[in-house]
Design a protein around this ligand. Structure first.
Ligand SMILES: Cc1cc2nc3c(=O)[nH]c(=O)nc-3n(C[C@H](O)[C@H](O)[C@H](O)COP(=O)(O)OP(=O)(O)OC[C@H]3O[C@@H](n4cnc5c(N)ncnc54)[C@H](O)[C@@H]3O)c2cc1C
Length: 332
């Protein structure tokens, strides 16, 4: 790909017609980098209609040009179409920088597209900036997080996946005008092809959740998570875990909160049986309200909590669940 070196392209994750909020955060950084280089902000989006709400949302958040790859509604989960769309958009826009969210979907999509185009890819970045020489530098943890690496890529465009939650989400302005270029050719190339495993799986998105019920090593066995998952469900949220539970092979990495997992900013964050190690705190410190339950009154998580309950997490959770069920039955 020959790049003109000014524009920034973001991939908007719209899997099955559900816009992932983390993709919109990319626009904050895209605007900053494009403004420094005198370029434009482009976004690429797979959508079922040229009038979809997602297009309005992306425009309101700062994209100047949106390449909309129109597909049948039944194909919105089709992984191959998303990959084709991103590749096609890169070839067409020839941007200086391509940003993709490091969600489970983005982490899978970006390396494949990079490999197909012969590009380097810096995964899981915490920042991107332009240095004094005018080069794009990508920042990411290295050596299990003991070092922060500043990386320049020798291939162009520079391509990076960015962790959810590291850039603020732009304030939408629905009066902004934006050019939408509708493309319909993808379907013809890939009709009949579908990656079933990936397309059918419901991805967990902690970055979108307004309530997170997180459990740590206080959890005695994997199955016990159902108690905490039920609280999350009743509150319209998601359950999450600390790193040791992922390391034990009990849960997927996409449920992990912390420095080497997801950075989250829910309205309410419950921490059940989590000690509050710095690497965990790094992932949830911007939560609006933190409620923790721990048997150890001196657990560090207490310092970061708005409400700290000293007690057994199972007992506290059971009582909370009963109260929520009672409230629910009164309101329904
Ligand atoms: C490079 C690096 C990156 C890391 N990244 C992450 C990351 O992204 N996310 C992350 O979470 N960690 C991360 N860690 C690990 C981190 O340092 C901690 O080891 C981890 O967060 C501890 O998890 P925990 O709080 O669940 O377990 P512990 O520290 O063992 O704490 C368990 C807590 O549960 C309490 N407890 C036990 N039983 C009960 C009960 N019945 N009721 C109530 N409370 C109970 C205990 O009092 C204790 O406070 C990273 C470490 C490194 C070196």
């Amino acid at each position: 790909v020959v790049t003109l070196g000014c524009d920034v392209l973001t991939y908007v994750e719209n899997v099955g017609g559900k816009l992932n909020a983390a993709s919109l955060e990319l626009l904050t950084k895209a605007k900053e980098i494009a403004a420094t280089r005198g370029g434009k902000v482009y976004s690429v989006l797979v959508a079922a209609s040229e009038n979809s709400q997602e297009i309005r949302e992306v425009a309101a958040c700062g994209a100047e040009v949106i390449l909309v790859y129109k597909v049948d509604e039944s194909q919105l989960h089709n992984y191959l179409l998303h990959a084709e769309a991103l590749m096609h958009a890169i070839m067409r826009v020839k941007p200086a920088l391509v940003l993709v969210s490091a969600t489970p979907w983005g982490r899978s999509l970006a390396p494949r597209v990079a490999a197909r185009l012969g590009l380097g890819l810096t995964a899981d970045c915490l920042d991107v900036y332009i240095d004094e020489a005018g080069d794009i530098v990508q920042v990411r943890p290295a050596f299990t997080g003991n070092l922060i690496a500043h990386i320049k890529t020798s291939t162009l465009p520079v391509m990076a996946t960015i962790r959810s939650g590291v850039f603020p989400r732009p304030k939408p302005d629905y009066s902004r005008s934006c050019e939408a270029i509708i493309r319909e050719e993808l379907q013809k190339h890939t009709s009949g092809l579908e990656v079933l495993g990936l397309s059918r799986r419901k991805a967990v998105s902690l970055s979108d959740a307004s309530v997170i019920v997180a459990v740590g090593r206080g959890l005695r066995k994997k199955e016990d998570v159902s108690l905490f998952g039920e609280i999350a469900r009743l509150l319209g949220g998601e359950y999450a875990v600390s790193k040791p539970l992922v390391d034990a092979g009990w849960f997927e990495k996409e449920r992990q909160v912390g420095f080497s997992g997801n950075i989250v900013k829910p309205k309410v964050y419950f921490a059940f049986g989590i000690s509050g190690a710095p690497q965990h705190i790094a992932g949830m410190r911007d939560s609006e309200c933190v409620i923790a339950a721990n048997t150890d009154p001196s657990a560090p998580i207490a310092k970061y909590s708005d409400i700290f309950v000293v007690g057994d997490m199972y007992e506290v959770a059971q009582r909370l669940l009963e109260r929520l069920k009672a409230l629910n039955s009164r309101t329904s």
